[in-house]
Design a binder for this molecule. Structure first.
Ligand code: PXP
Length: 249
C-alpha cells in the first residue's frame, strides 16, 4: 500500500450555471462560485461543457481560463467538436466522459476498451497539446489496462454505483463496489496512472472513498452546490474538505 498523500478536492461548478440558465440572466455567476471555492480550500475547478450546453457554455470556459487561478479540469464527450474546443483552450486537465443527450447526468464510465479507436487518438492529441488527460471509467481492470496503453495520465473512477447503493441502504453492495474502487485505485497506481474518483459523493458517503490511500483527487459537484443552498458554498466545501481529511487521517 502506498503512503497516503493529501487528497485534492475539485469542485464541479456546473450546477451554478444550471441555476443561472434557468432564468437566462447572469445570476448566479459560476465565476463567483469558483473564486469562493478557491477561498474555501478547493484545489481545482471542474466544468463539463456538454453538447447541449445545459450548464456551462463556451464563453464560461473562456472566462474561467482568463480569471480562475486554480487548475481547471474540462470534462468533455469524445466528439470532434469537443476535441477542437479542448485543443483551443489551455486548461490544466481534460477529462473525457461518456455523454448521452437524454441522460440527466453522466451515467457510468467511458468504455475505453470498446471505443479505443476513437479515444486513443484524442488522448494523443490532447497530451501533445499539453493537457493532462483523464479518462472517466468504471473500476474495471480491463478499462485500466486500456487507459494505460492509450497513454492517459489519469483515470477518474466513477463512484456513482457506490453512491446509489449507499443511498438505497444496500450496504453489502456498497461495500462490494467500494472494494472494487479500492482495487482499481491500487491497480491503476501500479500501472503508473494517477487515480481520481467522483460522482454522487456526499457528506454521508465520501469518507470510505476518501480513505482509499491511492486516490489523488475527488471531483464533487451536485451535492455541494445543493448543500450550498442551506449552509452556503464556503461552508459546504469546508465541510467536505474536513470529511476527506478526517478519512485520510
Ligand atoms: N466527475 C465526473 C467525471 C463527472 O462527469 C461528474 C458529473 O459531471 C462529477 C465528477 C461530479 O459528480 P457530482 O455532480 O455527482 O458530484
Amino acid at each position: 500500500m502506498s503512503t497516503p498523500h493529501k487528497l485534492r478536492l475539485g469542485i464541479n461548478i456546473d450546477h451554478v450555471a444550471t441555476i443561472r440558465n434557468a432564468r437566462g440572466g447572469p445570476h448566479p455567476d459560476p465565476l463567483r462560485a469558483a473564486h469562493m471555492a478557491a477561498k474555501a480550500g478547493a484545489d481545482g475547478i471542474t466544468l463539463h461543457l456538454r453538447e447541449d450546453r445545459r450548464h456551462i457554455r463556451d464563453e464560461d470556459l473562456e472566462t474561467f481560463i482568463a480569471e480562475v487561478k486554480l487548475p481547471i479540469n474540462l470534462e468533455m464527450a469524445a466528439t470532434e467538436e469537443m476535441l477542437d474546443i479542448a485543443l483551443r483552450h489551455p486548461t490544466h486537465a481534460v477529462c473525457i466522459v461518456p455523454e448521452k443527450r437524454e441522460e440527466r447526468t453522466t451515467e457510468g464510465g467511458l468504455d475505453v476498451a470498446r471505443l479505443h479507436n476513437v479515444i486513443a487518438p484524442m488522448v494523443r492529441q490532447l497530451t501533445a497539446a499539453g493537457r493532462r488527460v483523464s479518462l472517466f471509467i468504471e473500476p474495471d481492470p480491463i478499462q485500466l489496462a486500456v487507459a494505460e496503453a492509450m497513454g492517459a495520465a489519469v483515470v477518474e473512477l466513477h463512484t456513482g454505483a457506490y453512491a446509489e447503493a449507499a443511498l438505497a441502504g444496500h450496504h453489502a453492495e456498497a461495500q462490494a463496489i467500494l472494494a472494487r474502487l479500492a482495487e482499481a485505485a491500487r491497480i491503476g497506481t501500479a500501472r503508473g496512472l494517477e487515480v481520481h474518483a467522483g460522482h454522487g459523493l456526499t457528506f454521508d458517503n465520501v469518507g470510505p472513498v476518501a480513505a482509499i490511500p491511492e486516490l489523488h483527487e475527488l471531483n464533487i459537484g451536485h451535492f455541494i452546490i445543493g448543500e450550498a443552498i442551506f449552509i452556503g458554498l464556503e461552508a459546504a466545501i469546508c465541510r467536505m474538505r474536513h470529511l476527506m481529511d478526517e478519512a485520510r487521517a
